[in-house]
Design a binder for this molecule. Structure first.
Ligand code: PEP
Ligand code: MN
Length: 471
């Protein structure tokens, strides 16, 4: 009789343990392939009419050369591991949504200039290396809160980014067009080609910071602060050259990596390639793809795709995630607990961050998981103005950043990166900042097709704020 009870108890215990596990962790298909995500529910995907045309484009993309190499991707992961260990800081930034029209020399150059200038300010403040990652050369697909948009009684599909459809409000422009995937691939290739040429050659030479000046910002208070910083930097460079001649080579180029939201899975799959050295698969359309806050369901298609690629990846973490959900997600996406592999980009909003972040940091610490924490102070602070613009307040953005630093410090954790939507142009999309833009200024130069970006001056001011915080 005792044996019978014992067997019953074991079976009961197993059942409970199993069902508990099943509730939290969905069974993972261990046989990952670049298309195994297709067995899961994929949120936020375009609905194409012509399936034969889609298949054709995917097959063409699969033959085209990759945009980045696995060696570069591995190098980024190493640098991210250093950042997570407190030896570097990650600056990730760029447009909410790149547009095909902005694939021109001036706009790309200005984006690169603002990111390089910001990184110099951060280096001076933190006395650490800065890892530069652009939201660039592929940031073309956008998640939307509604599938359709209605204007004056006319309902059309929502604009989902230039890789899917066009932003104009006509039936033709809003129809998802598979050919746009090829156009996006070409724009990404042109953009990355230009970035590479600039960051390898004379442009990125630290001896000539005047190359990064933006013509429209001379003599603003921010630019004077930046000029002063450059003068002291030039002294340090001259000093270093005297001390160590072999540093010279490194000073004549800057590292620059690319990233985008890996939202459009067919497209990401087509640019996923097997690596000869390790037998793993890399997404070679970008160095660091990330999963958006809306598509991070643990049993969803995006998590399935991302768990199998070798790139360092990011996940946006918003207000709806619970501590145990985050732990399960981290374990699925980084089963080997590899440093630098996973960046958690938190985005709660200035009001909510204090109520959410400590609990998530504690959960990660209790499970001994290696993650890199980055703060996106943009996406929790979006509001609509009375006259219909989407905007963000500079003060709320800075408040979320300062709270994030404070909380990480209090929890004995480290904020190792920042994730910003910004541009090198003089746009009027976010309110506040050095020029104290108000809602009534927004119409002057509002260009973003999706979310409001920091303009050049606002972005530099954030860099100075971060640099002060890290001193
Ligand atoms: C974005 O980064 O543009 C975005 C949509 O962010 P999130 O996934 O955090 O909402
Ligand atoms: Mn955005």
């Amino acid at each position: 009789r005792q044996t019978k009870w014992f067997v019953f108890w074991i079976r009961y215990d197993l059942r409970v343990t199993l069902s508990e596990r099943l509730e939290t962790i969905p069974p993972m298909n261990t046989n990952w392939t670049p298309d195994s995500w297709q067995t899961r529910i994929a949120q936020q995907q375009p609905v194409y009419n012509d399936q034969a045309a889609v298949a054709d484009v995917i097959s063409t993309l699969g033959q085209l050369p990759p945009l980045v190499t696995a060696w570069e991707v591995d190098r980024l992961q190493k640098q991210l591991a250093d950042a997570a260990a407190g030896k570097a800081f990650v600056l990730q930034g760029g447009d909410c949504s790149e547009s095909f029209a902005d694939c021109n020399s001036t706009t790309i150059l200005r984006k690169l200039k603002v990111l390089i200038q910001m990184s110099l300010v951060l280096i001076c403040g933190s006395k650490q290396r800065v890892v530069r990652v652009g939201r660039i050369a592929g940031q073309y697909a956008k998640p939307r809160s509604a599938n359709t948009e209605t204007r004056e009684g006319v309902e059309l599909p929502s604009y989902r980014g230039d890789i899917i459809n066009r932003s104009g409000f006509t039936k033709d422009e809003r129809e998802p067009n598979p050919q746009l995937m090829l156009r996006a691939y070409e724009r990404s290739a042109l953009t990355i080609n230009y970035i590479r040429a600039l960051s390898e050659g004379g442009f990125a030479d630290l001896h000539h910071p005047e190359n990064w000046d933006l013509e429209f910002v001379r003599n603003t208070p921010g630019s004077r602060k930046y000029q002063q910083l450059l003068e002291s930097l030039s002294d340090s460079i001259r000093f270093m050259e005297v001390v160590s001649a072999n540093e010279l080579d490194q000073l004549s180029r800057v590292d620059f990596f690319t990233s985008h939201e890996g939202l459009h899975l067919l497209h990401e799959q087509a640019l996923t390639r097997q690596d000869q050295r390790q037998n793993g698969f890399y997404n070679l359309s970008t160095h660091m793809p990330w999963i958006g806050d809306r598509t991070r369901a643990i049993d969803g298609a995006h998590v399935e795709y991302f768990r199998g690629i070798k790139n360092p990846i990011g996940v946006k973490v918003g207000n709806t995630i619970a501590g145990d959900e985050l732990i399960d997600l981290v374990k699925v996406l980084n089963p080997e607990n590899a440093p630098g592999r996973l960046t958690l980009i938190h985005r709660f909003g200035a009001e909510k961050i204090a109520g959410r972040l400590p609990m998530l940091i504690n959960a990660v610490q209790q499970s001994n998981l290696n993650v890199l924490w980055s703060c996106d102070p943009m996406h929790g602070n979006t509001q609509a103005t009375r006259n219909g613009y989407k905007t963000r307040s500079f003060d709320e953005i800075t408040s979320e950043i300062l709270t994030a630093f404070r909380i990480h410090k209090e929890c004995d954790s480290r904020l190792s990166g920042i994730h910003l939507e910004l541009t090198g142009e003089d746009v009027t999309e976010c309110v506040g900042g050095p020029a104290n833009l108000t809602e009534s200024d927004l119409h002057r130069d509002y260009r973003s097709q999706v979310d409001p970006r920091l303009n050049y001056e606002q972005a530099m001011e954030i860099a100075f704020l971060l640099s002060e915080e890290m001193k």
